[in-house]
Design a protein around this ligand. Sequence first.
Ligand SMILES: *Cc1c(COP(=O)(O)O)cnc(C)c1O
Length: 426
Amino acid sequence: MEELALLGGKPVLPESLPPYRSVGRAEREAALRVLDSGCLSGFYGSWCEEFHGGPRVRELEAAWRARFGVRYALSVNSATSGLIAAMGAIGVEPGDEVIVPPWTMSATVVAPLFYGGIPVFADIESDTFCLDVEKVRTAIGPRTRAILAVDLFGHPARLAELRKLADERGIYLVEDAAQAPLAEEDGRLAGTIGHVGVYSLNHHKHIHCGEGGILVTDDDRLAERLALLRNHAESVVGPKGTEDITNLVGFNFRLTELSAAVATVQLARIDEHVGRRVKVAETMRAALVDLEGLRPPVVREGCRHVYYVWALSIDARELGVSRDAFCRALAAEGFPHNAGYVNPLYRLPLFQRRTAFGKKGHPFHLSNVEYGRTDCPVVERLQAESLVMFEPCAYELTRERVGRLVRAVHKVHALRDRIPKGERPK
Ligand SMILES: *Cc1c(COP(=O)(O)O)cnc(C)c1O
């Protein structure tokens, strides 16, 4: 009989998985053409045609508009920049509240702070890990300016419902779709259902150009404000350039021509890049769905999940061993994963100490919102004892390697009674 690698047996994956490399010859050629042109960025920080970027930036934006079916797509140098610009474009004012989930990349919840906005955390659904609409509804108050929803792990949040709620209350829905290009809810693309959507082109995302981001909107006024914020705004645009630019202090969030050229090549193959992860994820799901105590990713009806993260939820009582003990055995088999995602973000020191800028508690002194250490019970439980994450984006996964990943889980599951009980399941 086979033995667990944890107890000296042979690991199912003796070699580490090679990293996935999505850039190839076409990206190299595109980058070289830009280098040969001598123009590595086409932006000018003054109100002229080049205010909106160079030829490669515009080409990328046109291709993004076409693929995502939106009226406006604006490139930025990161999704983090995009989120900050979105907060500025919708007019977050000091003391305004923005409802956010506690499980996301920190950039989501930090973005409102730059405008003095106060993040208010709402708990998530235990199966899709995205915002719970009822929790959002009760979190809305007189000072709420926006809901900042995250399509976490590549699964769309309840976007249509959140948009309806936002419209009813006269607030904005901003979508952080950094992890979810081509995810869908009822045939509509994640990122395009809110008033503004943000995608990431950083090295770890489905498609990338090193660093970069894309903002999308169908709203003329928001698009103009985003374009201004990206490129120094009121400091360089006189009153004749645009109508009202008060309260638009700008940034340099501009994407280079080099990055844009690479991103355009990646975008042309986005269906392939995304499709390959979906296939891996679905194969793994189908092979593991019947194992007692383990729950592979759930896809809500009418949705397309694009699996930035492939998340396994563990029911430790049903399984008979704790998540962490199971993970130790899985790691020994060579299955790369993480026990839990990030600590719920309200635990960040800036929230716990209620000070983001300076020593006087800015911007929290403008608000009565408090942050505990265990504010959202669903996310607390998932992080402490249930979630296991695997990143199908990160590895070059052949059919053979996917087979081994699946076998590793089956093996640990079958032999789980032998795992030394470091801790008892609660
Ligand atoms: C990656 C990520 C970001 C930040 O993207 P950058 O392009 O690196 O700034 C923001 N939100 C989420 C949910 C992300 O996964």
